[in-house]
Ligand binder design. Sequence first.
Ligand SMILES: NC(=O)c1ccc[n+]([C@@H]2O[C@H](COP(=O)([O-])OP(=O)(O)OC[C@H]3O[C@@H](n4cnc5c(N)ncnc54)[C@H](OP(=O)(O)O)[C@@H]3O)[C@@H](O)[C@H]2O)c1
Length: 227
Amino acid sequence: MPTIMITGANRGIGLELTKQYLARGAKVHACCRNPEEAADLSALAGDITLHSVDVSNAPSITDLAASVDEPLDIVIANAGVYGKQGADQSFANLDMDGFQFALQVNTFGALRTLQAFLPHIKRGQGKRMVAITSKMGSIDDASGGMIAYRASKTALNMAMCCGANELQSEGIALGTLHPGWVKTRMGGDNAPTTPEESALGLIKVIEGLEPGPKAAFKDFRGDTIAW
Ligand SMILES: NC(=O)c1ccc[n+]([C@@H]2O[C@H](COP(=O)([O-])OP(=O)(O)OC[C@H]3O[C@@H](n4cnc5c(N)ncnc54)[C@H](OP(=O)(O)O)[C@@H]3O)[C@@H](O)[C@H]2O)c1
């Protein structure tokens, strides 16, 4: 059974991914900022280890990576934010501090996570690295608004694409996956997709990832998204 590292595991899509992987018998390293407050995560049965990680804090990730002394099959950089509370994300009034905040978590945080655990992935069998991105980061889909969020995911997508190219010769597959519009704190109550449906689809897509010259950019149904 695979060993998997997931960030943002205390709620939303990360919690559901953790739940479903555990139900399949996987060993999960579940990361969140405050494990002592993560009641839903702590209640899960199975082979789970909780870790305290803030992905916007580099030492927090490097310290964790140094403490995990086993190969990993899959790393999922899932933790993300829409942006800084109240920060303007329009072109005319883009709040640059807010933009930096989104970059710190969505771009640097995800890349820090994947970079820190690359040695563990190289030692593992599964050899899959996943960033939970968004269709909103697709330039093809740029319908306006939410510039900090969108651009932070676009930058992540580009880095993932180049990473796939760099790592394909080592048999490592990279995926930038859109979970759908999902009923979570981020997605809101009007979202049409449940976390259960999203996680089920994402797990299937992750299973099918192959090394290649570009990262796969797919949604939870396995449909390819234009960059
Ligand atoms: N929901 C959607 O419709 C949707 C659509 C497209 C993409 N996505 C992407 O899916 C991923 C998961 O989103 P979600 O819908 O599950 O959102 P969510 O319910 O708001 O959960 C976000 C998770 O990220 C964690 N997080 C935020 N900042 C962090 C940091 N600095 N360090 C560590 N963890 C941090 C949160 O932890 P705390 O509890 O500590 O804040 C929480 O666990 C995100 O990358 C998001 O961009 C979601």
